[in-house]
Design a protein around this ligand. Sequence first.
Ligand code: MN
Length: 297
Amino acid sequence: MGPGLPDKGFYYMRLCRFDNGRVGIVEGDNLRDVTAALDVLPVYRYPLPSCDPVIQNLAAVAASIRTLLPAAPTLPLSAVTLLSPVANPGKVIAAPVNYQKHLDEVRGDKDLHHQNPINTIHKAGLFLKATSALAGAGEGIALRKLERRNDHEIELVFVIGKTARNVSKDEALDYVAGYAIGLDITIRGPEERSLRKSADSYAILGPWLVTADEIPDPGVLELSLSVNGETRQQSNTRNLILGVPALIELASSFYTLHPGDVFFTGTPEGVSPIEPGDSIHAAIESIGSMDVKVRAA
Ligand code: MN
């Protein structure tokens, strides 16, 4: 993010949160601590808004970051604990079975479908994950229900940048603030998705938020996930059944999307069990990669 770049809607930032709620800009293997940019946020009074204040005020925050960067302290990324780059989303939306090959594998394996009818996304629509499930890459996954199968799901995640109601596909990308890697961790079993996918830390978001100007087309990104060095999932977002614009059109026809709403777009084939002690490496083109440790809750 240089001083010569346009500042109206173009941020070119990799924004992270780390340690005790500090804010950083990622530059290669380092970050620059720009926590003081939070001082531009308005002081809210109860009732609090149903949105994430940093995303809602991203233009002002970015302008402040620009002035802070020349003197901002530099830290190696390896020395910090990365938190979810969005702290206070109003909701976490998720798309089920949004890659055809994943739909095929779920329908073909009783350990995955548990006699639940698996509809296509056109019939199933969307579901919600609890906001309390959000955690950053550095916080790791705390597995529950260890007697059951717990699976990893890598997903492209986008974050809503401005209030969206009944938005058409054609203008949908204007409503995206940025992108991150999501891990939609899942307890297999008969219950509703919203329960099985909402345990604390079962919505990993990271490693940082890449502002949307860096990713003009979210429909062409390679994504991959490995467990303990073994590749389990590898695909491309061009295989999404409903891409980012169609997901925004669908969701905003049912409810209002607020700045900071987090949207998991669905996982490709290759989901598989994870156990305490495992280490997950997840990567998405143009965003980066993250290592996430798995432990027992
Ligand atoms: Mn999923």
